[in-house]
Ligand binder design. Sequence first.
Ligand SMILES: Cc1ncc(C[n+]2csc(CCOP(=O)(O)OP(=O)(O)O)c2C)c(N)n1
Ligand SMILES: [Mg+2]
Length: 364
Amino acid sequence: MTVTDRSGDAATSPLAASVGLTDADLLAMYRTLALARAVDERMWILNRAGRIPFVISGQGHEGAQVGLAWPLRHAHDWVAPFYRSIATCLTFGMSARDLMLAQYAKAVDPSSGGRQMPGHYGHASGHIVSVSSPVATQILHAVGIALAAKIRKVDQVAVAIMGEGSSNQGDVHEALNFAAIHKLPFVFIVENNGYAISVPAEKELSVKDVAVRASGYGIPGVVVDGTDVLACYVAGRDAVDRARTGGGPTLIEAKVTRLTAHSSDDQQTKYRSEDDLAEGRAHDPLPIFREQLRGAGILTDEVGAAMAAEIAAIVEDATDHAEAEPDPDPFTAVDHVYAETWPSEAPPPWHPSGPGIAPAGGAH
Ligand SMILES: Cc1ncc(C[n+]2csc(CCOP(=O)(O)OP(=O)(O)O)c2C)c(N)n1
Ligand SMILES: [Mg+2]
């Protein structure tokens, strides 16, 4: 794991001061956005070159992902991400090498040792829960983690992230109801990109904003522009603070755009018009954040050029590293699938012929 360097000079422009950060913080955020985009673009090239089997992209979601994950404490809080969470994972401590090792399904891939579906990132020691293929199940995992954190009084916040289509699954109702009743330290993030594969939002939802559903659980629902990285940061910070201080869960809906097809196996020109695609490109968070930082005098040509060179080198290194790593041993393919030892012949304690269970707390 590498952690983005957030130190450096503590200069504070009015833009950075307006959200309580330094210029170095804003540059580190921009760097994470740009790195996520560069890693993602490389994945598509590797897919089309036949080097990796499948890509599911975060392009267009990065502004929301970086801003919303920025306030979390690395390897202390917990994130249950989804398949587009490339920038979330980079913000929360994974490296470009980690992501590329997962795409190549290598033995040392920290997500799963090459066992998971491509794009299903995770990092056990980094507190990133392995992505669930059945969409929305991760909200129940995250709410369970939040319940444990509350019981154990460990000051952790759990976050679940998914798309607006997935947010219609029954699991979401159960999880939000439970988290709200018990005021759990939980944040639910919906990245609304207007599509669930080829199905447009108006055929997925009877409301314009998923966030209005929060009122049904008695929790705050916030809509934030996913192209506005700093607005996302503020929304995330407020929700995380609220969760950590016993105020309960928040639902944040970030309006984003999906710049690519659903996945490398989809062709979005089959169901999206030219106008729709152009509208999406106009909401690309990367150039929008770049211009904001340039306008504030934070991102100079010199810093931008150095950063671009550094990112190009990181992507090159991650690709070369993953290419060179060995594949998993085929004989380990069914590890963790079947029981590796026979159950004990002895009857279990609760069985009538077993040893019995000692009463708790001594004699009654
Ligand atoms: C329970 C379940 N149903 C269907 C699928 C197939 N599926 C995978 S991604 C997806 C679309 C989800 O759309 P959305 O939640 O809006 O996320 P997006 O891909 O747009 O970011 C579907 C239907 C699945 N993985 N799990
Ligand atoms: Mg969607």
